[in-house]
Each structure stands twice: as C-alpha cells, then as structure tokens.
Design a binder for this molecule. Structure first.
Ligand code: PAF
Length: 253
C-alpha cells in the first residue's frame, strides 16, 4: 500500500496509464478505523480492481471544537490494519491540500441537511458534503462506500452526487455491530468502561417497538442524555450522549 500525502502526488499516480482501465473503489474515513470501516473496505476490494482509502480528519464538519480535539487518532494502527486488506493507495492529505481555499467554497444542501443531526449540529453536513465532493473530485472513483450507521450522511452524499452529475456510484453498506448490538464507531473508543456497558441499550431501545415518547423516557431512565429521537421516512433515528460522547444510530421502522 502506498501512502500519498499531496494532490500532486495523487494526480501523477492517477494519470499513470498502467491502471487507466481498471475500476476504482474508494472509502473515505477520518481514521481511528474499526470493523465498520473495514467492512466498507472489504466490500470495495471485492467489487473493484484498485482500492483507495482516505484518512482525513475533516475539521469543517465539527461544529464543536472540543469534539474535534477529542476525536481519536491512531494513524500507525490504521495503516497496519489497512495493509492487511488489499488497499492499494492510502490518501492522507493535510488541511491545505484539501482546502486550498481555506473553506471559502462550500456545498450547502438546503433541506435534508437541516433535519435530524443537521438540526442539532449546525454546519455539520456543509462540512461533510464539502469534503466528500473535494475527495470524489480528486479520486474520481467508480464507486464510493458509506456506512448506514450514518444514514443521513449516506442519503445526502448520494443526493449530492446526483445533483452535481458525478459519475461515482454511491454505495451503502449495512451497519456493523458489536455482539451486544452497539454500532461500531470511532467514538466508542472514548466511552468509559461503565458507559461502554450501558451503550448497547441505545440500540435496544431504538429498535424496540416503543412509541417515540416512551423510547425517549426509557433512554433517559437508563442514563442517556437524549439529543433527539425521530421517525423519518420509515426509519427511527437517534442521537444520545454518554458523558461527552455523542452516539448516533438508526433502524428501519
Ligand atoms: O463518515 C465519516 O467518517 C466522515 O463524515 C467522512 C465521510 C469521511 C467525511 O469526512
């Protein structure tokens, strides 16, 4: 696996003609890789001839600076995990490579991005869409893979790809869960042992058939601080806090 840090390096590799006719799969990440990410990579490797992962901790999608600061970073371990997967290229650019305009230009979606998590994290999806568009333009993959744990993100990225006539297919992959039901997330690394024990209750209550009000009161009674629980287009979405750690999940309903 080659590690590429600059746009120039990437473009010179991308324009090399030994792989010109091969399909490219792409998995964008912010690092702190876990089994959820690895399942996206596995699917990409299965479906494409060349596979690219990016690790870029995108500051523009954090509306809260302390959340950005607390985001776990584990570059060496991430690289070691990716080395075992069949990924060809790891893109690990710095801020100036991805934002030569210092984020003067952004993508703003005006409807879905204002609901659910967007209502509670102003500017979050502007940052997500802006970085994903930049990465897709740079990599120009045939397929890009997104997890359903971030279902709203997946829908928004898919909508953006259609709106901006991108040729990349946006592929969704099922949420990967621990044996106790907790969805894999980089944020899980920050849970205290006590909160980690409690965390699977979130999925349990979200996927129970309780009405919304009851689900919220069960979550509160169990020790979660509820950011929101909402039913939207046949799915139940939720975000809760355990201490400073914000967890999200969603299930069909
Ligand atoms: O899901 C994530 O990890 C991020 O939102 C993404 C898609 C890599 C953009 O920074």
């Amino acid at each position: 696996m080659q590690i590429i840090k600059t746009v120039e390096q990437w473009r010179s590799w991308r324009s090399g003609n030994t792989h010109a006719s091969k399909s490219i799969g792409f998995v964008p990440t912010m690092g702190a890789l876990h089994k959820g990410h690895l399942s996206l990579v596995e699917r990409s490797v299965k479906e494409n001839q060349i596979n690219v992962v990016s690790i870029f901790l995108n500051p523009t999608q954090f509306n809260n600076q302390s959340d950005l600061q607390a985001y776990p970073e584990s570059f060496e371990t991430d690289v070691a995990q990716l080395e075992r997967t069949g990924v060809d290229q790891l893109l690990a650019p710095d801020f100036n490579e991805i934002y030569p305009d210092n984020y003067q230009y952004k993508v703003i979606e005006t409807s879905l991005s204002k609901q659910l998590c967007g209502k509670h994290r102003p500017g979050h999806f502007d940052g997500v869409l802006s970085v994903v568009l930049r990465l897709l333009n740079l990599v120009q993959p045939d397929r890009a893979y997104f997890g359903e744990k971030d279902y709203q993100q997946y829908q928004l990225v898919k909508g953006m790809a259609e709106a901006f006539l991108l040729e990349t297919e946006i592929v969704s992959c099922s949420t990967v869960r621990e044996a106790d039901g907790l969805a894999f997330s980089s944020r899980n690394f920050r849970l205290t042992p006590g909160d980690r024990e409690l965390a699977p209750k979130f999925y349990e209550i979200l996927s129970s058939r309780l009405d919304l009000e009851k689900a919220v009161s069960e979550l509160v009674a169990s020790g979660f601080k509820v950011d929101y629980v909402e039913d939207f287009k046949n799915r139940r979405f939720g975000a809760v806090y355990l201490g400073e750690v914000r967890l999200i999940d969603n299930v069909p309903c």
